[in-house]
Design a protein around this ligand. Structure first.
Ligand code: GLP
Length: 239
């Protein structure tokens, strides 16, 4: 794993956006796996700046988002679909038909997960962005006794409910979600992990130095040949 430490999240966002934009210039039809949460927001902001200055076009890229809450209307302000619309998609020239999400309101969750797995297998993911849960989760792959494989429905852990419920000021937070599995994530050709703030420091330490174990799902990234870990000083404080 390559580990890079930045003075703050804005500098991290600028450097990573510059890398992603240069990758799009070399391959305009790049396929991305995108993440939600606070961690990637500075990267998305900086990507929008490149677009506004006319320095890049996103009109050929394809995106697959990592995860989505179950039984939360897509239009709800807390759905990950709304998050991506607000923080990136409505501000760039991506084509609606190239945006892919798990449908957390599907009638048959197994069929929905299979549909998404097939789409990902068919297209492949060139670059996957990841945030990190305080308990070491990636996507919504929570600590467990076994590594997960493809997309599936998960009951969220207490730690994740506690961390994410701050965003749910009007309605209670859903306790279930659909997520890409660990194997789906590991199939990406290249992975950029973003972690900022001291609440991530323990999880970052475990991910890099701990045993490869499903008890810390992100530790599986030690086995991937092309992972870049982008941290601010606070998230890196135990390294
Ligand atoms: C959620 C998402 C993850 C994300 C994590 C960290 O649980 N499912 O994909 O990485 O939150 O979020 P934040 O970046 O807000 O700390």
């Amino acid at each position: 794993m390559e580990v890079r430490i930045f003075k703050d999240k804005d500098q991290l966002g600028e450097v990573l956006a510059e890398i992603l934009v240069s990758r799009i210039k070399s391959k305009p039809d790049l396929s991305f796996g995108f993440a939600t949460g606070a961690s990637p927001v500075p990267v998305y902001k900086s990507m929008i700046d490149y677009y506004r200055k006319g320095l890049v076009s996103f009109n050929k890229i394809t995106t697959f988002n990592l995860d989505e809450y179950c039984n939360l209307p897509r239009e709800d302000e807390n759905s990950y679909y709304s998050f991506m619309q607000e923080n990136l998609f409505t501000q760039i020239d991506i084509k609606e038909e190239n945006i892919n999400f798990l449908n957390g309101n599907a009638k048959d969750f197994d069929a929905e997960c299979k549909r998404y797995d097939n789409l990902i297998l068919d297209k492949g993911i060139d670059i996957q962005l990841l945030g990190l849960g305080r308990n070491g989760h990636i996507g919504f792959n929570e600590p467990a006794t076994k590594f997960t494989k493809n997309c599936f429905k998960i009951k969220l852990s207490e730690s994740t409910i506690e961390a994410n419920s701050v965003y749910f000021t009007k309605n209670p937070m859903p306790h279930y979600a659909l997520t890409m599995g660990t194997v789906s994530i590991m199939r990406a050709k290249e992975i950029f992990m973003i972690a900022t703030g001291d609440k991530k420091a323990d999880a970052i330490y475990e991910m890099i130095n701990g045993d490869i174990s499903p008890l810390c799902p992100s530790s599986v990234l030690q086995l991937h040949p092309n992972v870049h870990v982008f941290l601010d000083k606070d998230a890196a404080k135990r390294l």
